[in-house]
Write a protein that binds this ligand. Sequence first.
Ligand code: MSP
Length: 501
Amino acid sequence: MKKGKFYITTPIYYVNDVPHIGHAYTTIAADIIARWHRLLREDVFFLTGTDEHGQKVEEAAKAKGMKPQLFVNSVMRRFKEAWKMLNISNDFFIRTTSEKHKAVVQKIVKKMKKDIYRGVYEGQYCIPCESYWTKSQLIDGKCPECGRETGLIKEDSYFFKLSKYRKKLLELYKKNPQFIMPFNRKEEIISRVKEGLQDLSITRTTFRWGVPFPLNSKHICYVWIDALINYLSALNYPDKKFKCYWPADVHLIGKEILWFHAVIWPAMLMAAGLPLPKQIFAHGWMTINGEKMSKSKGNFIPPKDMVMKYGVDGLRYFLMRSIPFGQDGDFNEKALKQRYNTELADKLGNLVSRVVGLAEKFLKGKIPQGRIDDQLVDQLQFEDVKKHMAELELDKALALIFAFVDSCNLYIQEKRPWDIPWEIPPEPDSMEKVSNILYTLIDSLRVTAILLSPFMPETAEKIARQLGVKLGTLHECKFGLTKATKIKKGPVLFEKIKVKD
Ligand code: MSP
């Protein structure tokens, strides 16, 4: 029986460029959270997709000499392929150029009508960030977000009365301390909102690549208004799915787009009279060898390059293990290689081959249901793993799972089943001892595989197959559930990689 619903989203990615490791980072994290909630037997809806309108995308299409729709179709496919390769289990992929989405944008804008008025926008605009800035917000005359040149625009525009929602937003943050997570990012937003909010220009007239504005067809919707509404259109607002899954439980995003999600989006929903999401979680920014990722610096990493070398699970593991989730962090291939070799190949991979090897050697692979040794299984900090997952401390949860892998390795070292006197036929006493040690290890590996399955789904399946057991949900994360089983040795889980200095 399902236990409640869980709706999680990633940002929808701009299709001006192909997917890179930064997009993969968010999408993998969201996938892990979605899979974890499926383990909790919740009815999960996991959404990702592409943001296909706006000036930046239109310019990228022009630069390729392509019609925008054909261009976005081709880049969108690259995102879908990347997510398939990375084993992303999204339930839907939303595209903002779909007719369904466009219709929902128009519906929601109409619902916000009482808070929309006409005027003239004059100010700075950063095309790469698709953001409006006032002169005083610029840093050294450049975009405060990306540091690039902004352009002055002056055009007839419709405005959303964002300023009206200042007090309501402050109340929201106060009443719901977990609305903006992690906590350190909340204070920054609160102090900016306290300073005062300016009404937001929500239409453009100087280009056409967008959703027609329903109140005046000479205008198109500002790309962020269009994009945020994807979280509703993907649920076929206002139909059954919307009723079932809205409000979102977590909008997972990168920290640079927190303002849009924690300020503009709730204000839009308030204006439209709709319930608000429960949480906006903004993770940190990932640099590449200490530098911001960019094509011009030549450090733009497509996820495929890493998957070819370290496998899908090698990459998924490293991204989640090496950066404290929520904080900024660095992607460094040397560190990836090291973790791959020491933690995946030497610790996890080796543990599985050892246990399977011993089971074959001593018991011909046939393990009867035995007695669990609490000395080992008490080492698993299951409640803490659950707590970390609930707080989205993904790195900490993964570290605890691997601490249990360490405990299993130590347990074998200490019990030394190979030293137990073993003649043929073995003494019943020796047989029982070895059998119980191996049963404890096999059952521990089964539980470990379940806990690892959101992080490394392929590896978890491979472990279960070798143990001759089925993966289950968190309900099956109890020790002693493995029945008599037949072990099937499989290929090494992680082949060691040579590390060059
Ligand atoms: N289209 C908007 C989002 C609209 S959501 C309604 C957008 N798209 S984006 O293509 O620029 O993607 C930004 C997101 O990609 C970030 O918020 C983050 O989730 C992810 N990342 C892109 N580069 C990243 C890093 N270098 N590090 C971490 N995350 C990164 O903004």
